[in-house]
Design a binder for this molecule. Structure first.
Ligand SMILES: Cc1ncc(COP(=O)(O)O)c(C=O)c1O
Length: 421
């Protein structure tokens, strides 16, 4: 039998490069083979201290009268649990002086869904028949955005400037001279820290992007999936940023609760109202378990302490170790560079003399049971299809066990050395 799919169905229901890749990674993992070095996913690490926190919170919920009811057996309103929304508003008001209330906050089933709502709310085919796009001031950018437009790509990306910042180290910078907000731009969006590179927009860059958006009367979306103040997987000074035209997304995934699917959107009330309406139509209500586990930690401010004193130091130590290991293993006998690590869970490698594409390198590594993500998937929305840099990079997660990261890097070095000029 074959059925006709709508345009929406063709764009979202017909597979995509990234679905194949994620499927590939998922099957490789579930095969249970012991020798797989899984350096491909965005899975956060299991941090023992955080596991203790989750168990304690769950025990308290079960013990409390009405706790289970709130966490499991009731529908919340589509905008989110009212007490959780107030707790989040209070946290940001008290900690940063932001003038926000519960009307500025909506919950979604994970940050991923928040982006699906926001991009399709603001960009794509408009009521007047024209098309609008989301401007990405810095690519490579998060692979999960790439296929989210319901009627095709909704992105316009500006290639970054590449700055050499040390031996074997570089950093992408926003090319403000090329960054132009044309009438077809609906919003500016960046992840901070950036997945895949670990780049963190400086306070100055963030303020400049915000001013640009404000000047053109469009929102500036900042994806804080790894950002400040929670989960706080950020190793430089970066101040949380908000202004009335800014849309912030947060998530409970990278602090340790990806299975609860909890995303938090902070933004102008009219955007929040629209997200709430979309939540009702698409899903009636949102998962409540994450909100209930986390609410006491938000009300007490403990979420900020845990981010600062447990989560950040844990990842910072792991990141340092992985970078040191890469330095030792890769050495000086082939051309390689690593993006400066300022946050998130990944090392981003650039091999300028690679004779094969990053996709071919991915296949060769997979044959040796090392799973990474080929870089080209992160360069969407660019006009310059011939920029060879996009074929020369890979993303490697450092969140796994030290031995897995070391063995994986060893095999990556062997394959890249063999495939370099
Ligand atoms: C930059 C970025 N944004 C958003 C997400 C979505 O995460 P979740 O839907 O688990 O909140 C991720 C997940 O890896 C991410 O890396």
């Amino acid at each position: 039998m074959s059925y006709d799919f709508s345009q929406f169905g063709q764009h979202l229901g017909n597979g995509s490069g990234i679905e194949e890749l994620m499927d590939d990674l998922g099957h490789a993992l579930s095969s249970g083979a012991d020798d797989i070095k899984m350096l491909g996913g965005g899975q956060p690490a299991r941090i023992p201290e955080m596991d203790v926190v989750w168990r304690k919170q769950l025990d308290a919920l079960v013990a409390e009268a009405g706790g289970l009811d709130r966490a499991l057996t009731s529908y919340d309103p589509p905008q989110g649990n009212p007490r959780f929304l107030h707790a989040v508003a209070d946290l940001f008001q008290k900690s940063f002086g932001w003038e926000i209330t519960a009307d500025n906050i909506a919950i979604t089933p994970g940050g991923q869904t928040a982006f699906f709502f926001l991009f399709n709310l603001l960009a794509g085919r408009m009521a007047d028949g024209g098309r609008k796009k989301v401007l990405l001031p810095l690519v490579p950018e998060y692979i999960g955005y790439a296929n989210q437009g319901v009627d095709g790509s909704v992105f316009k990306a500006i290639p970054p400037m590449i700055e050499e910042t040390g031996a074997h180290e570089f950093k992408y910078r926003v090319d403000f001279d090329r960054l132009e907000v044309t009438p077809d731009i609906a919003a500016i969006c960046a992840s901070r820290p950036t997945n895949p590179t670990g780049n963190v927009l400086t306070d100055n860059e963030t303020a400049k992007l915000s001013a640009l958006a404000k000047k053109h009367n469009i929102p500036f979306i900042i994806d804080n999936a790894y950002g400040a103040p929670f989960p706080g997987i950020i190793f430089t000074d970066a101040t949380p940023f908000w202004e009335p035209h800014v849309i912030l997304t947060y998530s409970l995934s990278k602090i340790g609760l990806p299975g609860t699917r909890t995303g938090i959107v902070i933004g102008p009330p009219e955007i929040i109202k629209a997200v709430r309406s979309m939540s009702a139509i698409v899903g009636l209500s949102n998962p409540s378990t994450g909100q209930q586990i986390m609410r006491p930690l938000v009300e007490s401010g403990e979420i900020l302490r845990l981010s600062r004193e447990v989560v950040r130091p844990y990842y910072e130590a792991k990141c340092k170790l992985a970078r040191k290991t890469a330095m030792e293993i890769f050495g000086d006998d082939f051309d390689w560079r690593m993006h400066r690590s300022e946050g998130a869970l990944f090392l981003w490698f650039w091999f300028p003399k690679l004779k094969i594409t990053s996709k071919e390198l991915y296949k060769r590594l997979k044959e040796r049971n090392v799973l990474v993500i080929p870089g080209e998937y992160f360069f969407f929305g660019l006009d310059e299809s011939k920029w060879e840099h996009r074929d020369q990079c890979i993303r490697v997660s450092y969140a796994m066990d030290e031995a897995v990261v070391r063995d994986g890097l060893q095999i990556i070095a062997e394959e890249v050395r063999a495939a370099s000029e």
